[in-house]
Design a protein around this ligand. Structure first.
Ligand code: ADP
Ligand code: MN
Ligand code: MN
Ligand code: MN
Length: 372
C-alpha cells in the first residue's frame, strides 16, 4: 500500500444568503493517526467562491478538524478548514472564528454541549418535486410519513442509511435518523449520545455537523439524488425543514442547579429573540409560521414537550428537573457555527460587541455583497 493517501479539504464559501460547502483533495503522507498540524495549510481561488476579487484571489485553508474518509477508506481523511486571509487573519466569511471568539470570551467555562437535528429534503436529479412525489399534483397529505415504513411512505431510505453508515465509519458522533413529516424529507442528528467520555463540545459538534452535511451531499451523488437544506422546499401545507439545536451547560446538567439554570438560560434567550432569528438561516419566515410544529417568527414561547414553541423542554428533562433544552427556531440551512456562537453568547451573557457575525452577509462585508 502506498504511503500516500488523499485528504479532502472542506470549507464554507461566501454565497449569499446561504453559504455552501466547497472541497478539494490533495495527496498527503500523514500516517495512520495524524495530528491536525500534520495537514498542511493550503489555498484556493477565492474569486470563484465569492470570497475574493480576481486580482487578489488567494484565500488560505487552515485545517482545524479531521475524520476518516469513509468513502475513500481508511488512511484517507476529510479535513474541515477555516478560511483565512493571506495574512492569516480570519476571512470575513469565517464563522467558526466567531464561535472560537465566543468560547474564548467566557462561554467555554460553562461547558456548552450541542446536539443538532439536521432535516433535509431529497430530490431526484433534474426533478423539481421531492423524491416520491408524483409528476403532477401532490402526494397524499402529511400524516403517515413521519417515521413511516414501506415503499408508499418512505422515499430515499437508501440515501439516509448509506449516510448513517458513512458517518459512523468516519467516527462522527452520529446519534440517529428518522423519516420526516413531509414525504422525501429525512433527519439525522449529531450530538451527545449519553457517553460522557465523548466530546460533545461546541467546536466538535459544529465541525462534525458540517462534515456530515458534506457526506450527505456526496453520498446522495452516488444515487443521482441531491439533498437540499432549504427551509421550506415545498410551499403551502407541507412541513418545512429545520435544524433543531439541543443545548446544555455544566449547570443545566447539574441535578441541584439544573432547573434554575434552564430557567435563566431561557429568560436570557427571550430577551435576544431578534438577534437569534438574524443568524438562524435565510428565509426563516417561510418556515416559522406558527403552523407545522413551529412558533411564529415574531413570537418567543417556551413550553414543556410543546412543538409549537421556540424553546421546548423535553418531557424527561422537565420531569427530572435538569438536562438540556431544544431551540426549535434554526432553519435547516442555518450555519451551526453561528447558531452555536449565538446560543453561547446569550446564555453566557457576553457583551454583544463580541458578535461580529450578527447577520449574514456581515455588515460591511467586502466580498459577499459585491458578488452578483
Ligand atoms: P426530538 O425529540 O426533538 O426529535 P432527537 O431525538 O431527534 O430529538 O434529537 C435529540 C438531540 O438531543 C440529539 O442531537 C442529542 O445529541 C441531543 N442531546 C441529548 N442530550 C443532550 C445534552 N445533554 N446536551 C445537548 N444535547 C443533547
Ligand atoms: Mn428529531
Ligand atoms: Mn425533525
Ligand atoms: Mn427536535
Amino acid at each position: 500500500m502506498s504511503k500516500f493517501t488523499l485528504a479532502e479539504y472542506l470549507w464554507l464559501d461566501g454565497a449569499v444568503p446561504t453559504r455552501f460547502l466547497r472541497s478539494k483533495a490533495r495527496v498527503i503522507n500523514a500516517g495512520k493517526n495524524p495530528k491536525i498540524e500534520d495537514f498542511p495549510e493550503w489555498s484556493f481561488d477565492g474569486s470563484s467562491t465569492l470570497q475574493a476579487h480576481g486580482n487578489d484571489s488567494d484565500c488560505l485553508l487552515q485545517p482545524v478538524a479531521y475524520v476518516t474518509d469513509p468513502i475513500r477508506g481508511e488512511g484517507n481523511f476529510i479535513v474541515m478548514c477555516e478560511v483565512n486571509n493571506p495574512d492569516g487573519t480570519p476571512h470575513e466569511s469565517n464563522s467558526r472564528a466567531q464561535l472560537r471568539d465566543v468560547l474564548a470570551a467566557g462561554a467555554d467555562k460553562h461547558e456548552p454541549w450541542f446536539g443538532f437535528e439536521q432535516e433535509y429534503t431529497l430530490f431526484s436529479k433534474g426533478r423539481r418535486t421531492p423524491l416520491g412525489w408524483p409528476d403532477h399534483g401532490f402526494p397524499a397529505p402529511q400524516g403517515p410519513y413521519y417515521c413511516g415504513v414501506g415503499a408508499d411512505e418512505a422515499f430515499g431510505r437508501e440515501v439516509a442509511e448509506a449516510h448513517a453508515e458513512a458517518c459512523i465509519e468516519a467516527g462522527i458522533m452520529y446519534y440517529g435518523l428518522n423519516a420526516e413529516v413531509m414525504p422525501g424529507q429525512w433527519e439525522f442528528q449529531i450530538g451527545f449520545r449519553g457517553d460522557t467520555s465523548e466530546n460533545s463540545g461546541a467546536l466538535a459538534m459544529t465541525d462534525q455537523t458540517w462534515i456530515a452535511r458534506w457526506l450527505l451531499y456526496r453520498i446522495a451523488e452516488e444515487f443521482e439524488i441531491s439533498a437540499t437544506l432549504d427551509n421550506k422546499p415545498v410551499k403551502g401545507d407541507w412541513n418545512g425543514a429545520g435544524m433543531h439545536t439541543n443545548f446544555s451547560t455544566k449547570d443545566t446538567r447539574d441535578k441541584a442547579k439544573g432547573k434554575a439554570a434552564i430557567d435563566a438560560a431561557v429568560k436570557a434567550l427571550g430577551n435576544k429573540h431578534a438577534e437569534h432569528i438574524a443568524v438562524y438561516g435565510a428565509g426563516l419566515g417561510e418556515r416559522l409560521t406558527g403552523d407545522h410544529e413551529t412558533c411564529a417568527i415574531g413570537t418567543f414561547k417556551v413550553g414543556n414537550a410543546d412543538r409549537g414553541c421556540s424553546i421546548r423542554i423535553p418531557a424527561p428533562v422537565a420531569a427530572k428537573g435538569y438536562g438540556y433544552f431544544e431551540d426549535r427556531r434554526p432553519g435547516a440551512n442555518a450555519d451551526p457555527y453561528l447558531v452555536a456562537a449565538r446560543l453561547c453568547a446569550t446564555v453566557a451573557g457576553l457583551d454583544e460587541a463580541i458578535m461580529k457575525f450578527n447577520s449574514w452577509p456581515r455588515k460591511n462585508a467586502k466580498f459577499a455583497i459585491a458578488a452578483e
